[in-house]
Design a protein around this ligand. Structure first.
Ligand code: ZN
Length: 465
């Protein structure tokens, strides 16, 4: 290295030789060509004369590569660096590397993005690879370990992959119903708010505010609370073990004692009974829900009265208790097929929608209890009913054995005759009509009437859908 000329000019009529070496944190390479024949050595083989030296450190990501990738990267970096010399040579050049790690790439390998790119890059060069013992490659080895550079000793120590700034606070509060901590309190779901008004209800904070109001009120009713301590065994001592973060106040068996104040009781009912999530549960459910958090004397009676007086409940709830004694139960065949015994009824007097103002309900009475609702008009005649029956039921389930209806017997006999005529059969269906007795069809009617009412309360939609 110290002999003159220190560096030779490249001669493009001679082949090049590249010595490369990769260390843990850098790459060293020497570009050489055949030079002068040493005067005092017996062999006639010329010495390799250096043309250029190259040394570079790896970036942190490259330091994480395994030794095979680092060794290959050393070659790639050296060729790239001397692209102007090695890119288009008249002879193939030789890459000399100090150990066998490069031989790893002699075998077929699955490439990743890097190695695939290097593979493409190396296609542009005409070269052979020569493996040589390390001591003959000391210069490149030295170049690959430049002093006073970051040797990557602290790489991968205490690295935070997901910094705390990546974590955001939860913006959503899941209602108790959804968490499964509170029972579903209603069979018929309350109408969903329109999508643009969808909000997440924070029941915990609603109840907390309510608790705070009750506790504040207790202080106003302090003399009464003292009296209740004696008569109703309410206490301010927390029964929770260990005491948790709860609002301090008078409690009976852990439930906050509610002073005799109409406003606060109505407030509680507004949350428990009329809340969007609870959706007007019945009397018993409302009592059970309230008792979970609150207590006051005679609360059952008070709540019963409140629920009875609830206007929304009165408007919308099905009265399921019997209003008249049943005549007798129609027995059903346990082996009945679907729609062999059907109950039919007409719901009339609905608001007009697509020229329809009524719904024909056909309930499978014997087997599945499935119901079919068909829009129609209240003037519908027997033959029209037969047509609907033919279109929607007959094609799948065939002829019914028994039809149950409260309608005018003449209307139904028209239906029976029309259906028979439609099918071209002589069977007289009119003999199998049976008056409605056990209210299944009526239950379905009530159900759909309530469903429609809830639907139309939220939004005037076309009921015919
Ligand atoms: Zn109600």
């Amino acid at each position: 290295m110290c002999r003159r000329p220190v560096l030779a000019q490249p001669n493009y009529n001679k082949p090049f030789v590249v010595h490369t070496n990769a260390s843990a944190y850098g790459v060293g390479a020497i570009l050489l060509q055949e030079g002068e024949i040493p005067p005092n050595v017996k062999t006639s083989k010329p010495l390799l004369h250096p043309i250029a030296y190259y040394s570079a450190t790896f970036i942190q990501a490259e330091r994480n590569y395994n030794i095979y990738k680092r060794e290959l990267l050393a070659v790639v970096k050296a060729l790239k660096h001397w692209q102007h010399h090695l890119g288009s040579t008249c002879f193939s050049f030789t890459v000399v590397t100090d150990h066998a790690n490069l031989a790893y790439w002699k075998e077929p390998r699955d490439l990743n993005r890097h190695t695939a790119r290097w593979h493409g890059f190396l296609q542009d060069y005409w070269f052979d690879i020569q493996l040589t013992p390390g001591k003959r490659n000391m210069a490149a080895d030295f170049l690959s370990r430049p002093p006073q550079v970051d040797k990557g000793k602290h790489d991968n120590h205490q690295v935070i992959i997901l910094p705390s700034s990546k974590f955001i606070d939860s913006q959503f509060i899941i209602p108790l119903d959804v968490r499964g901590e509170a029972p579903m309190t209603h069979l018929v779901p309350a109408p969903l708010p329109l999508p643009s008004h969808l909000r997440v209800f924070d029941l915990d904070s609603i109840y907390r505010t309510l608790d705070e109001e009750v506790a504040a009120l207790q202080r106003e009713y302090r003399p009464l609370m003292k009296e209740w301590e004696k008569h109703h065994r309410i206490t301010t001592v927390s029964l929770l073990k260990p005491p948790q973060d709860e609002i301090s106040g008078w409690r009976k068996e852990g439930k906050l004692a509610v002073p005799p104040n109409l406003t606060i009781k109505r407030e509680i009912m507004r949350v428990v009974h009329e809340g969007r999530i609870t959706g007007h549960p019945g009397r018993d459910e409302t009592i059970a829900q309230t008792q979970r958090n609150y207590w006051w004397p005679d609360m059952r009676a008070w709540i019963s009265e409140y629920v009875q007086g609830c206007a929304t409940c009165q408007q919308n709830k099905i009265i399921t208790h019997r209003t008249r004694p049943p005549m007798y139960k129609i027995l059903t065949d346990p082996t009945a097929l679907p729609f062999q015994q059907v109950a039919m009824d007409l719901i009339i007097g609905l608001p007009k929608s697509n020229h329809h103002d009524s719904i024909l309900t056909i309930v499978d009475h014997g087997c599945s209890r499935a119901a079919v609702f068909l829009p129609c008009t209240k003037e519908i005649s027997g033959p029209k009913v037969a047509q609907l029956y033919f279109d929607y039921i007959y094609r799948w389930f065939g002829l019914p054995k028994k039809v149950i209806s409260d309608r005018d017997p003449r209307f139904m006999s028209h239906f029976g005759r029309a259906l028979a005529a439609k099918l071209g059969i002589a069977q007289n269906l009119s003999t199998v009509f049976h008056p409605q007795t056990d209210g299944l069809s009526e239950q379905k009617n009530q159900w759909i009437e309530q469903y429609l009412r809830l639907l139309t309360m939220a939004q005037h939609v076309t009921a015919a859908r």
